[in-house]
Design a protein around this ligand. Structure first.
Ligand code: 1GP
Length: 250
């Protein structure tokens, strides 16, 4: 079964948690250990990406290390065509819809498409938008940030993504965000689309994750919590336990 189908099947039953690892933030063997802990805590997939990557080798080495420690699907979350890795299982083939730079909207996709085909990576089409505060990815992605209370634009982007045929939509506040995407924005977007909604940026504890899942997030992404937390297993388990217990109505 494709990874997309597995996710769609699971997301109908419960809110999922994906662990995002940035190959620029730790050595591959450390990434492998974190991924193992994430799997033990109940995370559904490992996403690999970052805005400050330097080489494809970094991505390859990290994916290979993760593959040694866990059977979780590894999904690339690339900032450009040169950060694709043949060792991963799938790639979020995502367009940064609110970027002013066409490279992030479509040109990098044109550069990477043949690699995806030849490597056998499973492409999963996704619309991606960055909301205030946006952080590094907002700056590097040259995003016209969605204002934190501009619900109308967020809903417009989400519907446009769905109408363009994208099968997932990601509301991103930026890694390390001082505040996450608001509950109001999440619930308005969720009410208007019928594709799974991913939410990430600034979610570091169980209470916040639960709030975002209650508002309508189908998949919660955490990155920073994986890099900084001392008691990682406990933190991740509490986040995952908090979101899995909620009733779903996708
Ligand atoms: C990256 O927003 C996610 O797409 C991760 O954010 O690092 O704040 O968890 P954090």
């Amino acid at each position: 079964m494709s990874i997309e189908k597995q996710i769609l099947r699971l997301v109908k039953k419960k809110t999922l948690h994906f662990s995002l690892l940035d190959p620029d933030k730790q050595d591959p063997h450390v990434a492998g250990a974190i991924a193992k802990t994430a799997a033990e805590a109940g995370s559904t997939a490992i996403m690999i990406g970052g805005s400050t990557l330097a080489s494809q080798k970094q991505v390859d080495d990290t994916v290979k290390a993760i593959k040694k420690t866990t059977n979780l699907p590894v999904i690339l979350f690339p900032s450009g065509a040169k950060f694709l890795s043949t060792y991963a299982d799938a790639v979020f083939f995502m367009s940064l819809l609110n970027s002013r730079n066409l490279d992030f909207v479509i040109r990098e996709h044109v550069k990477g498409a043949l690699f995806v085909k030849q490597s056998g990576l499973e492409p999963i089409p996704m619309g991606y938008v960055i909301v205030e505060p946006g952080m590094t990815v907002g700056r590097k992605g040259e995003a016209d940030l969605i204002k934190k209370d501009d619900i109308e634009s967020a809903v417009g982007y989400a519907l446009a993504a769905q109408y363009l045929g994208m099968r997932f939509f990601y509301l991103e506040a930026g890694s390390g965000a001082t505040y996450p995407v608001s509950n109001e924005m999440i619930s308005s977007v969720k009410k208007n689309i019928n594709i799974p909604l991913l939410v990430g940026g600034g979610i570091r504890d169980a209470d916040t994750a639960k709030e975002k899942a209650k508002a309508g997030a189908d998949i919660i992404i955490t990155g920073t919590a994986l890099e900084k937390e001392k008691d990682l297993k406990q933190t991740l388990s509490s986040i995952i336990h908090a979101i899995e217990g909620l009733n779903k109505c996708l």
